[in-house]
Ligand binder design. Sequence first.
Ligand code: 0L1
Ligand code: MG
Length: 255
Amino acid sequence: MDKIERYAEILDSAALHARATPQLTHTDPDLSVADAYLVQKLSVDRRLSRGERRIGVKMGLTSRAKMLQVGVDEVAWGRLTDAMLLEEGASMSRARFVHPRVEPEVAFLMKAPLSGKVTAMEALAAVEAIAPAMEIIDSRYENFKFALSDVIADNTSSSGLVIGQWNDPAKDFSNLGVILEIDGHVIEVGSTAAILGHPLRSLVAAARLVAEGGEEISAGDIVMAGGITAAPNLAPGQTVRTTIQGLGSVMFQVE
Ligand code: 0L1
Ligand code: MG
């Protein structure tokens, strides 16, 4: 088994058993971003071989608040599977995660493929709908600490997503107010503009980065645009809600 396969197995197993693992770069400080994406692909392939289905991609570290929170300042992408989808209003089991956090996000539903270098207008033309959404992230690394290569190998901490009502993408979603509430208390506020200045820029970047990885965004895919605010920790008993001005609300519970 080569190093890439070994790392993929370590991270997949850490996610499967909700057990933290040491950062790969502690013992392999030269792990490259290119190799980290290979680890990510192999670890997600292990999920697919267990019957999970690819449903789209996510962008990570697309806002200043996120970059500051984790100390990594480059955008990255990850792969989403159907097992990560949580029904709107449903409960997630805290026990299935290592140390989960939540991010308010915007989700895109694609109606046409998107690949390589595209303009914002081309990206928008490929969007069927946009929705308020939340991502549940869960680093598989001890203490939620990582370098860029670590987090890419760990599928950019992807572990869950919940999507609210789909809206017409013709409305201006460049700078909409965002509120993240836990148990009715406002924990974070922000704007969709926190995502690279406009969420569409995240979709443009996704098309390019995913193509560099030899894949494309397909019709029917969900694309998560990236966290808008810092991501608070989740604990059992919480009710978590994100509201985006003009797009609606989305919520889930933690048990
Ligand atoms: O924006 C994000 O989805 C974050 C991805 C990876 C960094 C983290 O785990 O906070
Ligand atoms: Mg995210």
